[in-house]
Ligand binder design. Structure first.
Ligand code: NDP
Length: 240
């Protein structure tokens, strides 16, 4: 017994090679959990100390196979983090892009969650945290393929939470706002970030570590009464 909050717990973090997922995996590990992360590459860059599984959630058959492999492994914590986005005017969204984003952001989390939840129910303890987005709480132009997927995670969260909270399994969704990742910097540039930050009450981007700290708390034993929620971590952006 190390005395760390998550010692003795096992966690699966999808998309744990970069950005927010990597910070979550590192945080769960630092708090004592044994962590498995996924990424798309055969030799993915998992944080040191994490086990690694390769899976491309855009591939329906690979997602089904992966979920089947996760069944019965007895994970205590699942973080559905892997997600993709493509910004486009609604009328120009290609059907294949729409379907790919649905597959990665909604169908894969459903398959993985369905695979691990019976084990959590059987042991009477589990924590599931899905990474949504503020674009799953409010809307924005050119997010016609992304918004529906993040609203869907809220739907999955409320439905599953209603079913399994009585068995000690708490299910939540965290909705990050503008987070300082490589993707955000590349997409927006310095000028874009400055403009955006002016609209955020905290007046800065969030960090992956801030999201990770909150996810780790929600996924840990100190969270005993929060379930079925989608909680924004956005510097106040969605409430002004
Ligand atoms: P990144 O693009 O930095 O990382 C994405 C992770 O998901 C990587 O580990 C990547 O693996 C994995 N991944 C990408 N495509 C697939 C796929 N087809 N199948 C399986 N895994 C895949 O993402 P972020 O850290 O920016 O975002 C993480 C989550 O947070 C997403 O769900 C996103 O929607 C959400 N979010 C992000 C915000 C932000 O500001 N960044 C704001 C709000 C929500 P690999 O390294 O192998 O490619």
């Amino acid at each position: 017994m190390t005395g760390l909050a998550l010692s003795g717990k096992t966690a699966l973090v999808t998309g744990g090679t970069r950005g927010i997922g990597r910070a979550i995996a590192a945080r769960l590990l630092a708090e004592g959990a044994a962590v498995t992360v996924t990424g798309t590459r055969p030799e993915g860059a998992a944080p040191e100390g994490c086990a690694y599984e390769a899976v491309d959630f855009a591939d329906a058959a690979a997602s089904t196979d992966f979920a089947a492999r996760m069944e019965g492994l007895g994970f205590d914590i699942l973080v559905n983090n892997a997600g993709i986005n493509k910004v486009a005017p609604f009328a120009e969204i290609a059907t294949e892009d729409y379907l790919r984003i649905q597959q990665v952001n909604v169908t894969a989390p459903f398959l993985v969650t369905r695979a691990v939840v019976p084990g959590m129910v059987a042991k009477g303890w589990g924590r599931i945290v899905s990474i949504g987005s503020i674009w799953g709480l409010i809307g924005k132009e050119h997010r016609g393929s992304y918004c529906p997927t993040k609203f869907a995670l809220d739907g999955m969260t409320v439905a599953l939470a209603a079913e399994v909270a009585q068995f000690g399994v708490l299910v939540n969704c965290v909705a990050p706002g503008f987070i300082d990742t490589e993707l955000t910097r590349t997409n927006l540039g310095e000028a874009g970030i400055a403009k955006l930050v002016a609209q955020v009450p905290v007046r800065r981007l969030g960090t992956p570590d801030e999201v990770a700290a909150f996810v780790a708390w929600l996924a840990g034993p100190e969270n005993t009464f929060i379930s079925g929620q989608t909680i924004a971590i956005d510097g106040g952006f969605t409430r002004v």
